[in-house]
Write a protein of this length. Sequence first.
Length: 133
Amino acid sequence: MLCGTAALRRRTSAVIHRPLPEEQPSFDLVPGADVGRGCGVAEEITAYVLTAHARFELARRGISEDLVRRVLAIPEQRISVRPGRVVLQSRTMMEGRVYLVRVVVDVDRHPAEVVTAYRTSKVAKYWAANPCA
């Protein structure tokens, strides 16, 4: 069993993602979406690694790393789920339907670790009316 730094290297990707250049997202945000609004601008995450679990789940769920990177760069909402863990989420149009893409991130380390990501059609269930509460 690995411990310490060796275990961390095994769990995470060696690639640290850098900020995106100023450009439009390749996925379509929902028309009229208030990107980065709520209780102020949702803070972007620019330095992160994808855990092995996140890579596996992205592949299994058919979610591109580019989509995850864009949600992290331009989140519509940032919701704290417990100390050190947040969910960044954005609404997007895929296949003619509105989906919510949720990215779970451990922010209590540097670089931040993307734990998992998924899309759901249940936008109303997960959309926070007041994400700062």
